[in-house]
Design a protein around this ligand. Structure first.
Ligand code: AMP
Length: 332
């Protein structure tokens, strides 16, 4: 039984990690982005309504997304829990979600925030490739042999909203609409922060540790060792009974202090800095994001010929045919 929300900026690894966790915990990944993309691909009425907002990097209307999520959470495979990925994305959605979960008697247990630096986010989004058939996520830095999905053999593609011109907008939307949810879930005592950088396996481990049930608190009585309160032996007359009592009370105080520290550390387990940026700072940040996104996009473009090389080595006839055509055209 696991009912969690994965919170984080686009490119923070929510989707990738949700795919891993669903296999381990046997609860489905419920991705609002996937549900929407599916509706767009099937050209349903909802999909057609959602497509424009998605392509522009904007949020799709709450009504549409909530409808899809409601329907998905009522499926039998979600009765024992779910991993919500990409939902909620603003405060109205968060309110609607808690109402919905109350209705179906499945309150949230934990909200995991994937903490990733902006530069890494841009790098990941611009280099992301997704399998058209099974949705497995890859990055151009680690593409499978032959450039096909290593899970189902499907074709890999770049999501239209992963293109450089949309990335900055999506990050901006995250800052203004989704980031405030960090404070919301912190207030509710549900938030845990995970460092989302580093090897995939390491991030998964961190998430599993965060999701593991907290160990029972150590009994404080045991910490105050009874031996210390024991009467001083006759051979040590320098330590009369009174100071021994003092010692005991000192230990008690120390134990209390330690317990307080522990409690404080627990609160610190959710260290979220919600810094309110001034408008000018925001503008500068958006500019920086755009610049960085362009850089990454250029790099990805440079990497593309490398892929062609692999294809050529594998004896893909297409490129040879093209070359022959070109030659013929030149001769003409
Ligand atoms: P994602 O796959 O989570 O990055 O989502 C891709 C796009 O789908 C977003 O940029 C939004 O346009 C849309 N989308 C996904 N989830 C939501 C949501 N909870 N609310 C509104 N729009 C969403």
């Amino acid at each position: 039984m696991m009912r969690i929300v994965l919170l984080g900026a686009p490119g923070s690894g929510k989707g990738t990690q949700a795919q891993r966790l669903q296999a381990k915990f046997a609860v489905p990944q419920v991705s609002s982005g996937d549900l929407l993309r599916n509706a767009v691909a099937r050209r349903t009425e909802l999909g057609l309504k959602a497509a424009a907002a998605m392509e522009a990097g904007q949020l799709v209307s709450d009504e549409i997304v909530l409808g899809l999520i409601r329907e998905r959470l009522r499926q039998p495979d979600a009765k024992d829990g779910f991993i919500l990925d990409g939902f909620p994305r603003n405060s109205d959605q968060a309110t609607a979600l808690s109402k919905l979960l109350e209705e179906i008697g499945q309150p949230l247990q934990t909200v995991l925030l994937m903490d990733v630096k902006t530069n890494s986010l841009i790098h990941r989004i611009a280099g992301r490739r997704v399998c058209r058939s099974c949705g497995k996520v890859f990055n151009i830095s680690h593409l499978p042999e032959g450039g096909k999905c290593d899970n189902c053999g499907g074709e890999l593609y770049q999501r239209p909203d992963d293109k450089e011109e949309v990335i900055a907008k999506r990050l901006e939307v995250y800052q203004s609409q989704t980031k405030p949810l960090i404070e919301h879930y912190k207030q509710l005592g549900l938030l845990k922060v995970i460092k989302g950088e580093g090897a995939l396996d390491d991030v998964t481990k961190r998430m599993e540790t965060a999701l593991a049930p907290a160990p029972a608190e150590a009994p404080t009585k045991k910490v105050a060792k009874p031996a210390a309160v024991k009467e001083a032996p006759a051979a040590a007359p320098a330590k009369p009974a009174a100071p021994a009592k003092k010692k005991a009370s000192k230990k008690k105080a120390a134990t209390k202090k330690a317990a307080k520290k522990q409690a404080a550390a627990k609160t610190k387990a959710v260290p979220v800095k919600v810094t309110k940026k001034k408008a000018s700072k925001k503008k500068a940040a958006t500019k920086a994001v755009k610049k960085a996104a362009q850089k990454v996009a250029k790099k990805s473009a440079k990497k593309a010929p490398a892929k062609k090389k692999v294809a050529a080595k594998k004896g893909v006839k297409k490129s040879a045919k093209k070359a022959a055509k070109k030659k013929a055209a030149k001769k003409k």
